[in-house]
Design a protein around this ligand. Structure first.
Ligand code: ZN
Length: 240
């Protein structure tokens, strides 16, 4: 076993341990989305959990908690106008109610990710339950649009060994995020643009939400965010 491989294994073990610790301590947090690590680790090809991609001058936009019958079509229109491809981490129960939106997300060239069926905190349920949440969403998306989804994002960013095992047993890569816009608590388009301007980095995965209430500010900010990212010389990708 060479030194590089040992280093990768140790890094992976460290990150996984930190994640489990954060997941445990994070249970008492009231925030709907909490970063697992304060400082994102760059870990993709060598590990199982992605916080940031190893991709120069590339940004990954991600939208969680949809599809939403009001917000998602508007966001899809904006993305189409700017020819930006992103990833939607969808909830099974919302996909069930909005299958046409799931088909449109796929048709428009975006990637679908699994975000569980009911937005459950997988760290407080048993393995059978978290498996059922992942599997039912997986099968539903396959039924709706024939896509075998390979990306999983645990709700709240919380995970422990059960969540990890359930996702991996289905062949999922776990994708978290580098920074988020706090659009679940802050509703200011100027603040969203400022957050992106201050945190933009190579391979950054940006978390936003198409699902949930009060998304007007995000919809207003999205064109400005896309223009800012392009102006800084970054390209967009949804290839994890
Ligand atoms: Zn979520």
């Amino acid at each position: 076993m060479n030194i590089k491989l040992v280093a990768i294994l140790l890094l992976g073990l460290c990150v996984f341990s930190c994640g489990m610790l954060a997941a445990c301590t994070g249970r008492n947090q009231t925030l709907p989305h909490q970063l697992v690590l304060q400082k994102p680790a760059t870990l993709n090809h060598s590990g199982q959990i992605i916080w940031q991609m190893d991709s120069p001058k590339t940004v990954y936009l991600t939208f969680d908690d949809g599809p939403d019958p009001v917000n998602t079509p508007i966001i899809l229109d904006i993305l189409k106008k700017y020819n930006v491809k992103v990833t939607f981490f969808v909830l099974g129960h919302k996909a069930q109610k909005n299958p046409a939106l799931i088909k449109r997300i796929k048709y428009d060239g975006h990637i679908l990710g699994n975000h569980t069926f009911t937005h459950i905190d997988g760290t407080v349920v048993d393995l059978k339950k978290i498996r059922a949440e992942i599997n039912s969403t997986h099968q539903l998306l396959q039924t709706i649009c024939g896509v075998k989804v390979t990306l999983f994002r645990p709700p709240f960013g919380f995970f422990n060994w059960r969540v990890f095992a359930a996702a991996k047993s289905r062949g999922y890569q776990i994708a978290l995020w580098t920074f988020d816009l706090s659009d679940w608590s802050v509703h200011s388009s100027d603040q969203y643009v400022k957050t992106v301007a201050e945190n933009l980095a190579d391979g950054a995965i940006i978390l936003m939400h198409d699902g949930g209430p009060k998304r007007e500010a995000l919809i207003e900010a999205l064109p400005k965010i896309i223009e800012l990212i392009k102006k800084r010389g970054y390209k967009f990708s949804n290839c994890f």
